[in-house]
Design a protein. Structure first.
Length: 323
């Protein structure tokens, strides 16, 4: 009895959808209305967070973080609409660098505004992503490294300068820059101190481990095979190992002498990695059994897990390298 009525309602709904709703949605998409609404919503959340900034900084931070998180799909939508109009770049990482630059430009002022260490970490990671540092996830496998030799060198140089500046400022005392006697500068740098020291140390020491490996092929060797390319200074394996050892042990000594326990502990971890890397290379170079090496490394990892479990303070200070 109601079947004709259902068919009639279905026809009306289909007509309304295909003749009114769908064309209107498509037209609004072509006119950029949905894009404007998405960005206006994100901006509205960021402005709304100011309402809660003075009464409760945490609530304002959460609202602001929500607006920043929703800006990611908005950026993807804008990229989908406009990226095809841009000229193709020879750099296959150009889009990643562009998105990372945008993320850093958004996160830096938000971190300063809310004095958020979490946003400071995200901002520092975004800056390093622009320089070429990357972390990829393939299911149960995580790949941490760099987008190329140039990116490795950029990240290593930036990290070395960053750590040197931060440690020097700490050792020079309150009479110099980055001191607590300058409230405005101190407030602006506070969200990035922990992130800069921790991430900077991890990136620098990781880059040094890579270049000191026997499996690392310097870029200058490949450039020799390409005519018209500028020749680069090539360091021998011994020189690269001496450079890595000097930097790692140097920051370790600096941390111990100056009382920077976090920096010393972080460098200590990479001293162990460095020694394990050298042992593994010599083990395989002299014809050692690979399965024996795996067994030895597994036993060391088991012992290290037990030691770290009984020394949680060591792990905690590694995430505050200027502690």
């Amino acid at each position: 009895m109601l079947r004709p009525l259902r068919r009639w309602i279905k026809r009306i709904a289909e007509f309304f959808y295909y003749q009114v709703v769908a064309p209107a949605m498509l037209r609004l998409h072509e006119w950029g209305v949905w894009e404007a609404v998405a960005w206006a919503g994100c901006a509205g959340l960021l402005l709304w967070s100011r309402r809660f900034f003075l009464p409760s900084g945490d609530i304002g931070l959460f609202v602001s973080a929500t607006g920043a998180a929703l800006a990611a799909p908005a950026l993807a939508y804008s990229t989908f609409r406009h990226a095809g109009k841009l000229p193709k770049s020879a750099d296959r990482h150009a889009l990643l660098k562009l998105c990372s630059s945008w993320a850093a430009a958004v996160l830096v002022p938000l971190a300063v505004l809310h004095q958020s260490i979490l946003l400071g970490y995200l901002a520092v990671f975004a800056v390093y992503a622009v320089l070429g540092f990357s972390v990829l996830c393939f299911g149960l496998c995580y790949c941490v490294g760099f987008n190329g030799d140039d990116a490795l060198e950029r990240c290593a140089a930036a990290s070395f300068l960053l750590l040197t500046a931060m440690v020097s400022a700490r050792l020079l005392g309150p009479a110099h820059f980055l001191s607590t006697e300058q409230p405005a500068l101190d407030a602006a740098l506070f969200p990035f101190r922990s992130a800069g020291s921790v991430v900077g140390g991890l990136v620098l020491f990781l880059a040094l481990l890579i270049i000191s490996s026997t499996h690392y092929q310097p870029a200058s060797r490949r450039l020799r095979r390409r005519p018209g390319r500028t020749h680069r200074v090539e360091l021998s394996l011994l020189q690269r190992n001496l450079l890595a050892a000097a930097c790692i042990f140097g920051f370790l000594l600096l941390g111990l002498v100056s009382g920077l326990d976090g920096l010393a502990n972080t460098a200590s971890v990479f001293v162990v990695f460095f020694l394990l890397e050298k042992y593994g290379e010599q083990h395989l170079k002299h014809g050692g059994n690979g399965w024996v090496l795996v067994l030895l490394l597994s036993l060391f990892a088991w012992w290290a897990a037990l030691w770290l479990h009984s020394h949680p303070h060591f792990v905690a200070t590694c995430f505050d390298a200027l502690a």
